[in-house]
Design a binder for this molecule. Sequence first.
Ligand SMILES: [Zn+2]
Length: 317
Amino acid sequence: MSFSSEVKEELSRISAERDCELAELAAFLRMSGSIQIAGGGNRINIKVNTESASTARRFIQLLKKFVKAEVEIIVTKEKMKKHNLYVVTASSPEMGRFLEKIGILLMNNERFYIKDNIKPELIKKRCCKKAYLRGAFLGSGSISDPKGPYHLEFVTAGSKQAESLVKLINSFGLNAKVAERKGTFVVYLKNGDDIRDLLGLIGANESLLKFENIRVLKEMRNSVNRLVNCETANLNKTVDTAIRQIEMINFLKRSGVFEHLSPSLKLVAEVRLRHPDLSLKELGQMMTPPLGKSGVNHRLKKLEEIAEKIKSMKEED
Ligand SMILES: [Zn+2]
């Protein structure tokens, strides 16, 4: 099951107060319902498509609390798609009046107008605002798998609808934005904190925990990767230094100077040649008696100075 479906299933189990239920239903209908006019214009049907069985059930339960409606469900399986599609059609003589009551339709002289804004009375209370967002998510929301890039979105039919949703989401201190996509207006959140907060607002607490757990693991893995990269960089530096030192010691040997060096310098040089992969500290521990890191460094520097002197003398010749 996709993370989106998990969130929707969780939302479908939430029990709420009646005013919250009305706000949720209004949002759901606005986001995913289409209106059909039947019976010579005096009967209004609403049709809802959803890929989630639990969402279809939730919608029918909520609708029946407010409207005496005849409900028909058709389940189809679209070719090339994994999911079933649930098409719910509800018809009732009261439907037009109900849609007017929840601010979706305006009836004027036997004509209908679709209203774009959220009816303010529906979302007076904070709990109802959250319920409205829950209905909007059930109606047209989706969230990407938290293992990948963070993304949560609502698809809306028009720019005004999108704007009113953005306003509502951002009234909770979040940063939703609108993008136009193939004739629809998408309200989206990309920030991990914002998405977590929205899951909390709409009541998807189990999904929120799952989201946070995956997020923590992901961030931990990123920081481990950064650490490994950092260690690799240090290792490369050590290797480069060792290669340079070995070339320098071989140069001293070729030029015949090596034999005349002090025993302590010869000893460090031989240990370096035998152990090209060790750090200075480790080289010091290989010696008898052991030598500290700065001691090893000092002697290798000394060898380097001698090599430089010989090189410059040769250039003068
Ligand atoms: Zn409420």
